[in-house]
Every structure is written in C-alpha cells, then in structure tokens.
Ligand binder design. Sequence first.
Ligand SMILES: Nc1ncnc2c1ncn2[C@@H]1O[C@H](COP(=O)(O)OP(=O)(O)OP(=O)(O)O)[C@@H](O)[C@H]1O
Ligand SMILES: [Mg+2]
Length: 240
Amino acid sequence: MLEIKNLSVEYEHKPVVRGVSLSLAPGEIYCIIGRSGNGKSTILNAVNGTLGAGGRITEGEISLSGEVLFGNGKYSGAIHRMHGRQLAWISQYPQRSFDPLFTIGKQMRELMLIKRRISKAQAKIEGCRLFEKLQLSDSERVWNSYPHELSGGMCQRVAIAMALVNEAEILLADEPTSALDVTIQAELVRLLRNVANTEKLGILLVTHNMDVAHALSDRIGVLRDGILTEVEDKRVTAFH
Ligand SMILES: Nc1ncnc2c1ncn2[C@@H]1O[C@H](COP(=O)(O)OP(=O)(O)OP(=O)(O)O)[C@@H](O)[C@H]1O
Ligand SMILES: [Mg+2]
C-alpha cells in the first residue's frame, strides 16, 4: 500500500505540487491525468526519490507498506532498499529503463541477485518464463538482446517483467504508452490491467490519454496547477 500525505514539491522555490494526498492499494490502478507542466511526473519522481536538481519536497509524507520513504523533511534509507524490489518504474521512453551497455538477460539477473543467489542458467529459465507470461514471444532472443535491439512495446513488457521479478508492490509508470503506436498501446493497456489483477501490483500511472485512463484505471485524479482532485465519475471526458 502506497500512501502519499499532503505532498508539496517545489523546483527552485517555485511550488509545483501542492498538498497532494492519495493512497494506492495492492492491485489497484490510479491514473493521474492533467495538462503538460502541471506536476504529474514530479509526483512520481517524488515517490521514487528522483526529483531533479533544484527539486525539493517542502511538506508531506510518503510511505510504502508501512515504511516511511519520506518523512520529517527527508528521505529515509528505505527508499534505497526498495528500489528494484517493492518499488519499480516504467519510463515514457521505452529504451531508457535499461542500461544500453548490457543485455536484457544480464540486467534481469542483476535484479534477481538483489534478493537471492541464482545461477546464470536458472536466471535465464525464470526470466524467459516471465517473458512468456507477458506474451513476449521468442523469450530467449529477448534475454540475449541489447535494449536497442527491442521494439518500444517489447521494452515496456520487459520493464514490467523487471518489476515482477522481485515482486514489486508498486509500479510507477510515467506515460508508458505514449511512445507506442495505437495497437501496441492497446495491448500494453490490457497487459497492465491483467498484471495488476493477477500479481496484486499497485500501479500509479500518468497519462495524457483519456482512453488509456478509462480502460485502465480504478480511480482517476486530475492534476491542475499541482492540486490533485479525484474524480467521482470515472467517465470524466476532459481535464482542462
Ligand atoms: N528538474 C527541473 N528543474 C526545474 N523545474 C522543473 C524540473 N522538472 C520539472 N520542472 C517544472 O515543474 C513543473 C511540472 O513539471 P512536470 O514534469 O512534473 O509536469 P508534467 O505534468 O509531468 O508535464 P508533461 O505532461 O509535459 O510531462 C513544470 O513547470 C516544469 O517546468
Ligand atoms: Mg511528465
């Protein structure tokens, strides 16, 4: 369970996020929608501990599974422990979730090694099984590929696999479908919904795309000038 209480963030003393509160239960998908520049990515980065230079949380508390990630004006050690484990991320730019210098398989195994000792051969078996579950055909080729050898849609599936490999509780997804073409977008939306349900993964998702928000979300919050308002009627059609 992710809990954000009264979060305010500023960049170079300019308020960007103002008093945002939300909670996200296992298996639930919360979509944040809103116009460009309203602070959507800033909320995800605040949770992830990756605000850019000059970014600062001025108020609030963030906790995950009862552990405080940010509280009393600072990040706790828990945020580092939780990266690649309870807390996972999919980027807007499919290839950017990965290190370009290493194969997907090597990067998957590194993640597995955070939690347990595992041989190369066993890591490959488990990784390929996970790829197949995410409908990545030719899983062995994916395992042996470098990130630039995969399409955008494949990269997003691999990023989801990386979230599942260490049983992440929360996936932060910043416009995960916007770089993909329409049919691939729809497949990824179905896959995310499916994974949330079956793996009890909570997904905090930012999107510009109302169709994506409707198809995916359990709840929708509209962000305007850094203030988040949850919509009661999910059939909201505009966020201006
Ligand atoms: N590293 C940074 N340094 C200074 N200002 C920043 C930084 N990152 C974001 N901002 C500012 O914070 C505000 C919110 O940015 P943010 O990226 O969160 O918006 P967004 O809602 O995700 O927009 P988009 O839909 O375009 O991705 C913007 O005014 C932006 O210029
Ligand atoms: Mg953004």
